[in-house]
Design a protein around this ligand. Structure first.
Ligand SMILES: [Zn+2]
Length: 369
């Protein structure tokens, strides 16, 4: 099945059947118009201004094609990953390692001027080794895996994985409120209900932060979900990490220790996250760790203080999850590089590659705040 067919199937599966509002109408009319614009060559014309030099994709887990996926940017089906790589090869884009990014941005090297994409996987999941790496080997394309050492050591609270299992397994989940006696009911009898409930539960976790942890633990217990077992099943072990790092296509980077927002930490705690993660990875792997991804990476998770700390700590590059393509201006900002969530449709991929996303989201090129 092509990306276009998947796009149609996905949008029909996910679009609520409500009356045709202006927004729904726009959502229906926009994809065919954008496809026409691509076929007419308008994307290529726009990309000279808005597409930049290339981009870094951010991924997390890769799952089998028949998996139930409630957050496609976090759990990407392996068949979609294969199609993304095949499309890049067809378009004759370079797929580069994270080491090559600074040369490409600075205009150094023989391949200057060619468009490029870089693939990065956050957190340290076992499927980076078992599912992603074989696909990258097939295309002889490099990839970078940013590892949270607490994930490999099984010492973090893996609420996002537990939330997925909870919603996938439940017909209905009752979530107590932190501020009132009224609970939130999250239905899960249909795919669409599960989809919406998962986004809602994750939003509550981000909204309430650590103060929500006791409630979540109780919720998991009541529904027989064990977050530690979910983590153990899905995370890389040290042996797997060593096997992954031994492949010449793979670069290992740091993704901190506890996977929490650095900007909300005391200075000493933030330094510990940067130093300790790198130190442990270097001991485990016998390699120098030169690249960093900030945990969460949004503007509420890292800012100027963290970018300066990463520079002082000696990292060559550091990536955020601020959305954007790479431009020559980024040569002065190698410690706060934007990335793009991996697109799950053909049109989404073209919008990302050719800079249409830059226009649609009205993105500024360098996003420090
Ligand atoms: Zn992460």
């Amino acid at each position: 099945m092509s990306l276009v067919q998947k796009e149609k199937r996905m949008s029909s599966a996910l679009t609520p059947q409500t009356s045709i509002t202006r927004q729904n109408w726009l959502r229906r009319i926009a994809p065919p118009l954008l496809n026409l614009a691509y076929e007419a060559g308008i994307y290529r014309a726009l990309s000279t201004i808005y597409g930049g030099l290339g981009l870094i994709f951010s991924l997390h887990r890769v799952v089998e094609p028949n998996s139930l996926v409630l957050q496609p940017h976090h759990l990407l089906r392996s068949d979609i990953l294969t199609e993304v790589l095949a499309t890049l090869r067809k378009l004759d884009w370079d797929i580069v390692s994270v080491q090559e990014i600074s040369d490409r941005i600075s205009g150094r090297g023989p391949r200057t001027g060619r468009r490029f994409a870089c693939f990065t996987f956050d957190d340290g999941y076992a499927d980076s080794l078992t599912l992603a790496l074989p696909i990258f080997r097939e295309y002889q394309a490099p990839l970078c895996v940013y590892v949270t050492t607490g994930i490999v050591e099984r010492s973090i609270f893996y609420w996002w994985g537990a939330n997925h299992e909870l919603i996938v397994k439940s017909d209905s989940v009752e979530v107590p409120s932190l501020t009132s006696s009224q609970s939130t009911i999250l239905p899960g009898q249909t795919f669409e209900q599960k989809w919406n409930s998962y986004q809602k539960l994750n939003a509550l976790c981000h909204q309430w932060g650590d103060s929500f942890t006791p409630t979540l633990r109780e919720l998991y217990k009541r529904n027989s979900i064990d977050p530690d077992r979910c983590l153990d099943r899905e995370a890389l072990s040290i042996d797997q990490l060593q096997e992954l790092a031994s492949d010449p296509l793979v670069t290992i980077g740091s993704h901190c220790v506890t996977h929490q927002r650095l900007s909300q930490m005391h200075q000493d705690e933030m330094w510990f996250e940067l130093d300790e993660s790198r130190r442990k990875l270097e001991v485990w792997l016998g390699l120098e760790i030169r690249h960093l991804a900030y945990s969460f990476g949004r503007s509420d998770a890292c800012g100027i203080r963290e970018f300066q700390a990463a520079r002082k700590a000696g990292f060559d590059t550091a990536v955020t999850t601020r959305q954007g393509n790479l431009f020559p201006q980024h040569r002065e900002h190698l410690l706060c590089l934007p990335r793009r969530s991996i697109p799950v449709t053909r049109l989404g991929l073209l919008n990302a590659l050719f800079g249409v996303e830059t226009i649609l989201r009205k993105e500024s090129r360098v996003q420090l705040a």
